[in-house]
Every structure is written in structure tokens, then in C-alpha cells.
Design a binder for this molecule. Structure first.
Ligand SMILES: NC(=O)C1=CN([C@@H]2O[C@H](COP(=O)(O)OP(=O)(O)OC[C@H]3O[C@@H](n4cnc5c(N)ncnc54)[C@H](OP(=O)(O)O)[C@@H]3O)[C@@H](O)[C@H]2O)C=CC1
Ligand SMILES: CC(=O)[C@@H](O)[C@H](O)COP(=O)(O)O
Ligand SMILES: [Mn+2]
Length: 382
């Protein structure tokens, strides 16, 4: 029996993880479920899974659960409690599915404790990839990608010679505005931008897909996960989201991983690679699909993808700034404070205002992150 701690249990990835767990009760049990504010969703999950612990990182949300959890389920509050449970000897695996750099402390605690970590939270690696992967190497933690493209790359690499890899190619759906006249993008609403054509995801990543900031973050994520230099990393638009990624080898062979777009597949693979677990996702029927399409990424339409070329090749502080400014701008757009086109423009301005600095310690990471968030607020308020 594998005992899981699910960070971000109340979110999209968290709930899909719970779905996989409930399909295989003989294999998985919940040590802890961690949410932030959604106490009602947490109550529902706790009733289904009966974890040893429920943690709400928000104090008021924890108070709302007081006296309401099923018998035997203990309640805690705050990020420190989440980190302790993620690192506990009673946790075998951690599903890292909080959104944003806020997920870094608890995920890093799990990595430092040598856990198997299913990594959905890409912002962790974008913010602190070097520190994170070095910690995994020291502790022996297995960091298993959950992000669909990275889970695909992982599957295309298994059993193959890493030195023979010439290219890692991530697919990008192009989001809801792939074919829209760019001059109309100034006026799109958060409701339009969050409506992803293929995936049902949380609000932040859905907006990131619309700006293609998601793919930009994923290139940085791939760099750390697979130790691939920027010149071997690329993305290609694939509107069907059926091919999730490809790996090219020096003999010209290209391996791809295909599946219907449903996160339960990469989640289950991260929980147990082989023998594979049934997930309940729809079977891929290529005869019915008919054709798959691919096109180059248009950097003029998606300026985030031009920006990341520079970020990937610069100091680590650039990717911290890139992520933090995007988190602030993405939230400001969702709150109606800025327009859609202002999101990436804000990130670009923040990048130009913050000097590159060497980043070695976690304290330095948080300092750069805080500076970038403050400058992003200044840019938004100007
Ligand atoms: N959804 C998807 O299909 C995919 C997601 N990912 C990545 O996985 C991560 C989660 O995405 P997704 O599930 O869509 O996001 P959701 O918004 O659906 O869920 C986010 C989760 O994080 C919690 N949370 C929010 N803010 C904080 C905070 N400040 N501190 C601690 N916890 C917090 C939420 O708690 P609550 O709701 O209780 O407030 C919720 O449990 C992201 O990093 C995303 O990029 C990667 C690939 C695919
Ligand atoms: C499901 C998943 O992994 C998302 O990151 C997805 O890739 C988003 O779609 P885009 O390709 O539109 O960014
Ligand atoms: Mn992805």
C-alpha cells in the first residue's frame, strides 16, 4: 500500500489524483490531503478517502472544518504542517499539485526527505530548479513528472541513451486564441481566456495556456527535469493535444507519446509506472480522430515564447522573475485589473527592470521572487 500526501488536493490535479486513488483502493491510501481555502471540497474528499490528516494552509479554511471531519481524521493548518506531513515517515509519495511558487516549501520538504514526488507544480522548478534537483540528488528522491508533456518525454526516454537525444519537443495546443485575430485580443475577458479547448484545468494554468506562458514555463521545467540544454528544447503547436511530446534521437528516430487529453493518465503513471494502472480515460481512436495537425509557434502572436528564449539562456534569477511577474500579472488579469495583452507585457517590463543576480540559496530565491512581485505591482498600478 502506497501512502500519499496530496498537496493541492482540492484543485484540478488534486481531484484527478483522488480519482485514480479511488480506482485502486488496494494500492493507495491517503496519509494527508492538503488544501488552501476550499474547505467544502476538502470535506467531500475527506469523506471519500478518510486520510489520517487534513491540512488547510489558510487558517480560516481550517477553522471552517473544525468538528466536521469524519471520525479519526485529524485537522491541521498552515504551510508548515503541510511540509511536515509531506516529509513524514508515514508518507511514501507526495503529489505536488499546489499552484504557483507557493507550492515550493512543502514540495521541497518532500524532496529533501527523499520521497517519491509526482510533480505537477511546474512553478517550483521554474523558481528553484537548480536547488530542487540538487536536493533530489542528495536525498535520492524520485521526481516524477506529472505535467502531461514532461510525463510524455519521460516515457519517450525510458530505456534510451540520453547522450543520443538531439531534441526534446513539447506540444502546445495554442490555447483558446490560437486562430484569433491578434488585434482583438486586447478586449478578451477572463471567462474567454480560461476556456481551454482541450483540457479542464485550474484558472491560473488555463490563462497561462492562452498567453502560452504555460509552454514557456514548461520549457524551463524540461530543462531541469531532464537536464537538457536550451538549444535542444523546443515547442510546436498541435491543436488536438493528443501527441504530448516527442524526443528525437541522433539517428533521426522520433519517439512520441500519445493519449487522449486527460490528466489521470500522467498522474497514474507517476503513481505507478509499470505495470500500468487503469485510469478510466477514453481510448484513443486515431481512425476517428482522422488527422493530427502541427505548426510552428508564432512568436509575434505569443511573445512569451520569444521572452523565454532569453530567460532560458540567462542567469537563474531571470526565471524567478519571469515566473513571479507572471503570477502577479495572471492574477491581475483574472481580477479585471489589466487586459489580456498586458500580462506578457508586464512580465517583459519586470524582466527589464530587475538586474540579474546570482542565486545560490533559497533565501536569495525568495528575495528575487519578492522583488519581482513588487515591481510587477508597480508596473500594473502605473
Ligand atoms: N490542471 C492541470 O491539468 C495541470 C496542472 N498543472 C500544474 O499543477 C498545478 C496545479 O494546477 P491546477 O490543479 O490546475 O490548479 P487549481 O487552481 O485547480 O488548484 C490549485 C490547488 O492549489 C491550492 N492553492 C492555491 N493557492 C495556494 C496557496 N497560496 N498555498 C497553498 N495552496 C494553494 C488550491 O487550494 P484551494 O482550492 O483549496 O484554495 C488547490 O488545491 C499548477 O502548478 C499547474 O501548472 C500541470 C499540468 C496540468
Ligand atoms: C495538461 C497539461 O499538461 C497542460 O500544461 C496543458 O499542456 C496545457 O495546454 P497548452 O498546450 O495549451 O499549454
Ligand atoms: Mn503541460
Amino acid at each position: 500500500m502506497m501512502r500519499l500526501t496530496v498537496l493541492g488536493a482540492t484543485g484540478s490535479i488534486g481531484c484527478s489524483t483522488v480519482d485514480v486513488m479511488l480506482r485502486h483502493p488496494e494500492r493507495f491510501s491517503a496519509h494527508a490531503l492538503v488544501g488552501h481555502r476550499n474547505s467544502e471540497k476538502m470535506l467531500e474528499l475527506a469523506q471519500k478517502l478518510r486520510p489520517a490528516w487534513v491540512v488547510m494552509t489558510d487558517v480560516a479554511a481550517a477553522a471552517a472544518l473544525q468538528g466536521r471531519l469524519p471520525d479519526g481524521v485529524r485537522l491541521a493548518e498552515g504551510m508548515d504542517a503541510a511540509s511536515e506531513l509531506a516529509a513524514s515517515s508515514e508518507t511514501d509519495m507526495v503529489m505536488a499539485a499546489m499552484v504557483g511558487a507557493a507550492g515550493l516549501p512543502a514540495t521541497l520538504a518532500a524532496v529533501r526527505a527523499g520521497k517519491r514526488v509526482g510533480l505537477a507544480n511546474k512553478e517550483c522548478l521554474v523558481t528553484a530548479g537548480r536547488i530542487f534537483m540538487a536536493a533530489a540528488q542528495r536525498s535520492g528522491a524520485a521526481v516524477v513528472p506529472v505535467d502531461s508533456e514532461h510525463a510524455a518525454v519521460h516515457q519517450c526516454l525510458v530505456g534510451h541513451d540520453r547522450a543520443s537525444v538531439t531534441r526534446v519537443i513539447l506540444t502546445a495546443s495554442g490555447g483558446p486564441f490560437r486562430d484569433r485575430d491578434p488585434s482583438t485580443l486586447y478586449h478578451v475577458t477572463p471567462a474567454e481566456a480560461v476556456a481551454h479547448p482541450n483540457w479542464d484545468m485550474g484558472a491560473k494554468i488555463s490563462i497561462d495556456s492562452a498567453t502560452m506562458m504555460n509552454k514557456a514555463l514548461e520549457l524551463i521545467e524540461a530543462r531541469w527535469l531532464f537536464d537538457v540544454p536550451p538549444e535542444k528544447l523546443s515547442a510546436i503547436v498541435h491543436p488536438e493535444s493528443i501527441v504530448h511530446a516527442m524526443v528525437e534521437y541522433l539517428d533521426g528516430s522520433v519517439l512520441a507519446q500519445l493519449a487522449m487529453p486527460d490528466m489521470r493518465m500522467p498522474i497514474a503513471y507517476a503513481m505507478q509506472a509499470e505495470p500500468r494502472l487503469a485510469t478510466g480515460i477514453s481510448w484513443l481512436d486515431l481512425a476517428r480522430t482522422g488527422s493530427l495537425h502541427f505548426q510552428a509557434v508564432d512568436h509575434a502572436r505569443f511573445p512569451a515564447m520569444a521572452l523565454v528564449e532569453h530567460v532560458l539562456r540567462g542567469d537563474d534569477s531571470l526565471s524567478i522573475v519571469f515566473n513571479a511577474a507572471n503570477e502577479v500579472a495572471n492574477a491581475a488579469f483574472r481580477a479585471g485589473r489589466i487586459g489580456f495583452m498586458d500580462i506578457v507585457a508586464t512580465v517583459e517590463q519586470v524582466l527589464s527592470r530587475i538586474p540579474c543576480t546570482p542565486v545560490v540559496t533559497l533565501e536569495e530565491v525568495w528575495q528575487v521572487d519578492a522583488d519581482a512581485r513588487a515591481v510587477a505591482e508597480e508596473v500594473i498600478c502605473a
